[in-house]
Design a protein around this ligand. Sequence first.
Ligand SMILES: *Cc1c(COP(=O)(O)O)cnc(C)c1O
Length: 404
Amino acid sequence: MSQSLSREQLLSLAQEFGTPLYVYHAEKIKEQYETLSGAFSAIKARFFFACKALTNINILKYINSLGAGLDCVSIYEVRIGLMAGFTPDRILFTPNCVDFDEIDAGRALGVTLNIDNISILEQFGNRYGGSYPICIRINPHIMGGGNYKISTGHVDSKFGISVHQMRHIERVVKTTGLNVKGLHMHTGSDIKDVNVFLAGLEVMFEMTAHFPNLEFVDLGSGFKVPYHEDDVRTDVVALGKKVAEAFAQFKAESGRDLEVWFEPGKFIVSEAGYFIVKTNVVKTTTATVFAGVNSGFNHLIRPMMYEAYHRIGNLSNPDGPSRIYTVVGHICETDTFAWDRTLPEIREGDLLVFYNAGAYGFEMSSNFNSRLKPAEVLVLNGKPLLIRRRQEFEDLLRDQIDVL
Ligand SMILES: *Cc1c(COP(=O)(O)O)cnc(C)c1O
């Protein structure tokens, strides 16, 4: 059984709350979390929701109630996480290219710091020595992930400290007395080959010899969920088995009993999200038929930014004859959601739904073109809860200072 919202439910939500509208299904989030944690039940595994995928505080409260931890990339995400009820011991702070002060603010709040730059490592060690244990983010130079823009493990990546800089890391740790409790890697997103994780794990295991105080190895995320009709998902059950075997072998050889940590974003919330829009116009040109909707890349940027594929449904006319459409938004720039997509006939006024809209959807939205951001609704136990109001005209000017 897989949790999902029906067409009737989505239509009634659109009617009640208007469009464009983001809808999240709580029980689907729970199902994904339980699938993942169940796959690793044989070993000591911890999961930290990478909240940059979706930070509405109600989503965070719900995920907190499931027992997960939180992975944050900015001090503000850390603060929202604390407000949502995550205790500092269940928050991992993994920023990149931030000022030392931001790292220090994370330390003051008591969260686990994941440091990914030798210069910061030096500064932190010089100031605090071994008094505040830290985690180090390694770049293992393993290529993973669907596309260059979302791959972070390659040699040109700005993330992590290269595995080839081990000597330098060691020197800093030794000189400053840093207490390293974790090693971390995150090679990208949309990784369907479980061997990428296992290759990374091997690199991490090799490094453990240098760090006697290690408590955990963090394998990041990148679990793939199906976006396309015939996409596969990362086989987390197979991965769980292989990782458990690798840890058992490592323990037998080294006598060390380490935890494994993960930071899933997409896997937890992507499929729980729906984005509903209304077709404003159907426009036939000499080249194609456009369906122009009341949204754009200011609300869902993944297709334009990553060439991401989102399945689309016609909620209003599901049994209409198949036709071919280019689905576009109303932003004044190239703003295409889908090229040459076969869909049930779209009529002006029809409601369309983008599936898999829970991760990096609303979160990456903007007010470009002076357009308003959509509302967000959480469906919990069959009940719709408005968790973000739709923006109004006044919101566009809220932060501006009119001085002329
Ligand atoms: C973005 C990110 C994640 C989550 O990636 P997904 O592909 O959404 O699962 C995990 N860890 C770190 C450090 C990240 O930056």
